[in-house]
Design a protein around this ligand. Structure first.
Ligand SMILES: Cc1cc2nc3c(=O)[nH]c(=O)nc-3n(C[C@H](O)[C@H](O)[C@H](O)COP(=O)(O)OP(=O)(O)OC[C@H]3O[C@@H](n4cnc5c(N)ncnc54)[C@H](O)[C@@H]3O)c2cc1C
Length: 251
């Protein structure tokens, strides 16, 4: 176990395992989000300690090697051997295509999580900002926050019908901006909305997950408002125009 960033974030390593899972349900959660539920005996020792953990989906590719893409364990139930993954729908890509085609009984190999970066539960408030790809982590995070904490979320989705509701013991203030998926790499909609958000009193942690350029612009914005860098975690969950790309640390 390695302690970093003033012990705000603790990194845990997990045994790297590949698991074979079977689709048990496909649900259109919102117009631009598909929810797939998987089952498999291999989930008996599945571990995910942080809401922004990721697993690797091993998808059929053109060559010998599988295509790998990162997805969030949206929720899991070890006793039921169940794992839920939400897929944001965009135009291209093997992961999206596979999910759109998936039927009950289909199988998929999944690797990880290789590790979890757990943020210490020491904050009075949490600000979570994400595009569609970060909504699974955002939803899980909000749901896991305890009573007495404050969650402020800002999500970017195409329309009101793409917004999600989450149940939480925290006090939750939800903000949404609407823009088409084709505009998801434009920083302006989230940045304009972020500028309107007041940072509450007390100690706060800001988490950002979006297209890399958008996430960087948001991180720079909160730093320029004097929020400590060690209390911001920003990740590029995808990079415009590049398949199989992310920038998890944005450095
Ligand atoms: C830690 C982590 C967790 C993630 N969790 C999730 C999750 O739970 N659910 C989820 O849906 N995604 C998640 N993502 C994002 C996902 O891995 C990427 O969107 C991935 O590129 C999708 O793979 P693909 O095969 O569909 O597209 P790719 O083949 O990787 O990309 C094809 C093209 O589509 C573009 N593209 C990729 N994603 C988008 C998008 N969202 N909107 C518009 N264009 C896009 C790329 O720039 C590229 O030009 C996560 C990423 C990370 C790093």
């Amino acid at each position: 176990m390695e302690q970093v960033a003033e012990q705000i974030i603790t990194r845990h390593r997990h045994e790297l395992k590949r698991r074979e899972l079977t689709v048990t349900s496909v649900e259109r959660l919102t117009p631009h989000m598909l929810r797939l539920t998987f089952t498999g005996e291999d989930l008996a020792d599945f571990t995910s300690l942080a809401p922004d953990d990721h697993i690797k989906l091993l998808l059929p590719g053109d060559g010998d090697k599988p295509e790998m893409r990162d997805y969030t364990p949206r929720s899991f139930d070890i006793a039921r051997r169940e794992l839920v993954v939400d897929f944001a729908i965009h135009d291209a890509g093997p992961a999206t295509a596979w999910a759109l085609d998936a039927k009950n009984g289909d199988t998929l190999m999944v690797g990880g999580p290789r590790g979890s970066a757990v943020v210490a539960p020491i904050f009075d408030w949490w600000m979570l900002i994400a595009d569609e790809t970060g909504l699974p982590a955002m939803g899980r995070w909000v749901e896991e926050l305890p009573e007495g904490t404050q969650a402020i979320t800002l999500g970017a989705v195409p329309g009101a019908e793409d917004q999600q509701d989450w149940t939480t013991k925290a006090s939750h203030e939800a903000h949404w901006v609407h823009r088409p998926v084709a505009q998801a790499a434009d920083s302006a909609p989230l940045l304009d909305a972020a500028q309107e958000l007041a940072l509450p009193e007390g100690r706060g942690f800001i988490w950002i997950a979006a297209e890399a350029k958008v996430a960087r612009a948001l991180r720079d914005h909160f730093e320029s408002r004097g929020h400590p860098r060690t209390q911001i975690k920003a990740a590029g969950y995808w990079i415009m125009g590049q398949a199989d790309s992310s920038d998890k640390a944005l450095d």
